[in-house]
Design a protein around this ligand. Structure first.
Ligand code: UDP
Length: 254
C-alpha cells in the first residue's frame, strides 16, 4: 500500500491528495478543540459522526443546486472532495444570539435576532480569527466584491435550507459557520461551499428544551459530545437508534 501525500492537517480534519487531479480526500479526526486550541480532547466516534452528518448536508445542498466541494463519502472517516482555493474567511450566519455575539453586544443568549445576520472572521489562528467587515475583505483582496456577493448568497441559501432541515426534526439552528472556496474548471471559476457542516460548526438546540446538541457541549463541559452528535444524526435519520457501531470506526494508522 502506498502512503498518501498529506496536503494539510487542521485541528479536526486532514486533507490528502485525491485519486485524480483536482480531487482531495477529507479525513475527519476525533480531535475536539476549543478556545483556539487551548482545550483539546479526543472524542471517540466524533469524526465518524461528522463525516456522516456533513455528507448528508452536502448531498442535499448539491441536489438543491447549491454548489459545494463534496463529491462522495469514501468510508467511515473520509470523503472525496473537489480541490478548491479556500477563501481565508469564516462566514457565520446567526439567527439567535449565542456565543461571541452575545458577549460582544451584551445580548442574552437565546434572543431571536431581528433578522438573520451574516458576519465574517479572518481565518488566522495567531490573531484569534478576528471579526472583519466586507470593507476589509475587498480592500485586502481576500475576495472581490462579486465573490463576496456570491458568498453571501450561498450563506443565505445554506441558512434557509439548514433552518428548515433542523426545524423538521425539532432542532433550532442558532448559528453556523461555513467556508467557501474557488473551484476552477477550465476558464471558469465559481464559488462553492467547502469544509464541513456538522455539529462542530453549527449551534443546534433542541427546540423544546433548548438542550445543546453541538460543540458547546464540549466547550462548556455539559456532557458527552459524541452522544449529542449521535442524537443529531439519529434525528436526521442518518443513524437508526440501535446503531452504535459508529463509535468504533476505523482509525487512520499513522
Ligand atoms: N464556529 C466554527 N469555527 C470557528 C468559530 C466559530 O465553526 O472557528 C462556529 C461556532 O460553532 C458557532 C458559530 O460559528 O456555530 C458562531 O461562533 P461564535 O462567533 O459565536 O464563536 P464561539 O462562541 O464559538 O467562539
Amino acid at each position: 500500500m502506498t502512503r498518501r501525500r498529506k496536503i494539510y492537517e487542521g485541528k479536526a480534519k486532514t486533507l490528502y491528495e485525491g485519486p485524480e487531479p483536482g480531487t482531495l480526500i477529507q479525513h475527519f479526526k476525533d480531535d475536539a478543540t476549543a478556545q483556539n486550541g487551548k482545550k483539546h480532547e479526543i472524542i471517540d466516534g466524533k469524526g465518524v459522526l461528522n463525516n456522516r452528518i456533513s455528507e448528508f448536508v452536502f448531498n442535499k445542498l448539491n441536489n438543491l443546486g447549491v454548489p459545494t466541494h463534496f463529491l462522495r463519502r469514501l468510508n467511515m472517516r473520509e470523503q472525496l472532495i473537489k480541490e478548491v482555493e479556500i477563501i481565508p474567511i469564516e462566514v457565520v450566519v446567526r439567527n439567535i444570539a449565542a456565543g461571541s455575539i452575545s458577549k460582544r453586544l451584551g445580548l442574552e443568549q437565546g434572543t431571536r435576532l431581528p433578522r438573520s445576520i451574516i458576519e465574517f472572521y479572518y481565518k488566522d489562528d495567531a490573531l484569534g480569527d478576528p471579526l472583519i467587515s466586507e470593507e476589509h475583505i475587498t480592500a485586502f483582496g481576500w475576495a472581490t466584491p462579486q465573490e463576496l456577493d456570491d458568498i453571501m448568497s450561498l450563506a443565505v441559501r445554506v441558512n434557509d435550507f439548514l433552518s428548515g432541515l433542523f426545524a423538521g426534526v425539532g432542532i433550532q439552528l442558532v448559528d453556523f459557520k461555513i467556508e467557501c472556496g474557488r473551484q476552477f474548471e477550465g476558464d471558469l471559476m465559481r464559488i462553492v461551499v467547502a469544509d464541513e457542516i456538522s455539529p462542530d460548526t453549527c449551534r443546534l438546540w433542541d427546540a423544546k428544551t433548548r438542550k445543546k446538541l453541538d460543540k458547546d457541549v464540549f466547550r462548556e463541559d455539559l456532557g458527552d459530545l459524541a452522544d449529542a452528535y449521535r442524537e443529531v444524526a439519529q434525528r436526521l435519520g442518518i443513524l437508526v437508534e440501535t446503531e452504535n457501531a459508529l463509535s468504533t470506526g476505523p482509525r487512520l494508522v499513522e
